[in-house]
Write a protein that binds this ligand. Sequence first.
Ligand SMILES: [Zn+2]
Length: 215
Amino acid sequence: MIVPVPVHCIACGIQLRNEIPPGEDRTRGVCPDCGTIHYRNPKIVVGTIIEEAGRVLLCRRAIEPAEGLWTPPAGFLEMGESMEAGAVRETMEEACAEVAIVRTFARIDLTRIGQVHELFLARLESSDVAAGVESHEVRWFSWDEIPWHELAFPVVEWVLRLRAEDLASGQERIHRGCLHWNEVGPPLSLENYDLGDLQSLRLAPSPAADEHNGE
Ligand SMILES: [Zn+2]
């Protein structure tokens, strides 16, 4: 979902004028009556990569966009929530899975649609998982059976590829990058993005990070 352009004043409901407010450098929706300036800012999406016994948990989306395609549990951060709490909540809603956050894994800017995605590695705390109302099904996939051609979004493909690379090479890394669409080809295909600004920070080996028995 691209962050929408505001049309009506949130205070009075009347149609906004597009103008550059004094001291600013870009067009905003400005209310001609009360003067409220409407800022259009990116939204934050939080999610989890849950690994167990060499497999990762994916949800098949029951809602548009990308209905029927696979993604880790993720969704929009709510007001009053930390990113970790939002990721835990979304995982419960979409996969009926109780998880504990292990660490941050990737932060990806999606400048085309105005989103920032923060993905965490998480550990399953409940005994079972099930499809929530926004999922048709949830399933564990081994890393060599990821449905690469049925993933919901380019950011999902990128994040899963990065994690697969880390596991294959025995590295623990944190990734930071931006999906720059090249404006050629469909924007729902990762191959049409410039991924050149990726930064991957390797974490020092830590025995604690490998423990799976909770606190
Ligand atoms: Zn107004």
